[in-house]
Design a protein around this ligand. Structure first.
Ligand SMILES: *Cc1c(COP(=O)(O)O)cnc(C)c1O
Length: 358
């Protein structure tokens, strides 16, 4: 049966990126060896990582004074590495969900942590507005897309202190004005590659702000990875290859402007279906809605039908729409590689279910 993959992460990837990765696993560029069997310091792999970095810079329009790193450890390691390097006295965080809170928690051991604003009062169903960032903090940390709650910050705002963004789940979903950020990071496994690689985009000048008030082990010091070109230790070679292929796909598609247009079309399709439904209702406030993770539940009078819809969707090949336990209901992740036809199929399935159950 054809499957419609709405998984939240690891998640759907461009088919061509998977096929080319499969080929490289069997034989990289006709060298007679697998991508998995060669030294990360060989010229064949060096070409892969160089190309991945160059393509990401091109696709995202990353200015020349920024470095692109591919590391291990996931976004969660960055939660700790960021304050380890940059928290001298005080850091500011925007509390928009589970991941934002996890990032904030890791900073607490390194200095004072200010929660600038929080949407915890309404189960993180909106992005707080009108907050003031303390001008004496070392940095301001935001989570641009809240994977679990389906809310997203879609504008790049200006900040009077260094701005650091976890873009794990909306990386490359829209054009980003990278110059507004001192650092952007995330796990690759939501929107640009397989699990195992962490991307870090860091401004060269920001490296000078790394604290000297504590000992930073070599592996956790950003300067190490910049100096060694992500090769201080063995980088995640396979995920880096797939990221390179995903960047090629994005470039051929026409870049992030085109990607954003497609993502808006897809999410409009599903949000409109939710808003015009008798049974379903969205959980995120309209002006905070994410293009990447669309969360919805059954209205109170139909709550007892949620399991039945889940079964119905499953019987049609729809995968991964169970909502996170902290929101309940359903979450459809509509990442870059998900075709519009899949969203249309989900919408048709919702309408069909509603006809016989509402
Ligand atoms: C999934 C996710 C993370 C955690 O990523 P890991 O790579 O598993 O550590 C962090 N932040 C956001 C926004 C996420 O969606």
């Amino acid at each position: 049966m054809k499957k419609y993959n709405f998984n939240a992460g690891p998640a759907i990837l461009p088919r061509i990126a998977i096929e080319n990765t499969a080929k490289a696993i069997l034989d990289l560029n006709g060298i007679g060896m697998s991508l998995l069997e060669i030294s990360h310091r060989s010229k064949d792999f060096q070409a892969v990582i160089d190309n991945a970095v160059a393509l990401m810079k091109e696709v995202m329009g990353i200015p020349d004074n920024y470095h692109v790193l591919f590391l291990g450890g996931g976004a969660s390691t960055q939660f700790a590495t960021i304050p380890f390097n940059f928290l001298k006295n005080k850091a500011a965080y925007l509390d928009t969900g589970v991941w934002a809170k996890k990032a904030l928690k890791e900073a607490k051991g390194f200095g004072e942590v200010i929660t600038v604003a929080s949407s915890a009062d309404k189960n993180y169903s909106y992005i707080p507005k009108g907050f003031t960032v303390p001008s004496d903090a070392d940095y301001f940390h935001i989570t641009t897309n809240n994977t679990i709650y389906g809310t997203e910050i879609r504008e790049d705002f200006s900040c009077n202190i260094p701005l650091i963004a976890d873009m794990s789940s909306d990386m490359c979903s829209r054009p980003v004005d990278v110059a507004k950020y001192d650092m952007i990071y995330g796990g690759a496994q939501k929107n640009i590659g397989p699990a195992g690689a962490t991307f870090v985009i860091i401004k060269d000048e920001y490296l000078q702000k790394i604290t000297d008030q504590r000992h930073i082990p070599t592996i956790f010091d950003y300067r190490t990875h910049v100096k060694e070109g992500s090769m201080f230790n063995t980088p995640p070679v396979l995920p880096i290859f797939t990221i390179m292929e995903t960047m090629k796909w994005l470039k051929e598609l026409g870049g992030l402007k085109v990607m954003e247009k497609m993502n808006i079309e897809k999410s409009d399709l599903l949000y409109n279906a939710i808003d015009s439904s008798k049974m379903f209702v969205g959980t995120a406030e309209k002006d905070s809605r994410s293009l990447m993770n669309i969360c919805f539940v059954m209205k109170d009078e139909y709550k007892d039908k949620e399991d039945a819809f889940m079964e119905f969707a499953k019987s049609k090949g729809i995968v991964g729409i169970k909502g996170h336990r902290s929101v309940g209901g359903f979450r459809a992740s509509t990442y870059n590689a998900l075709p519009k036809e899949a969203v249309q199929f989900l919408v048709d399935t919702m309408i069909e279910f509603e006809k016989s159950n509402a």
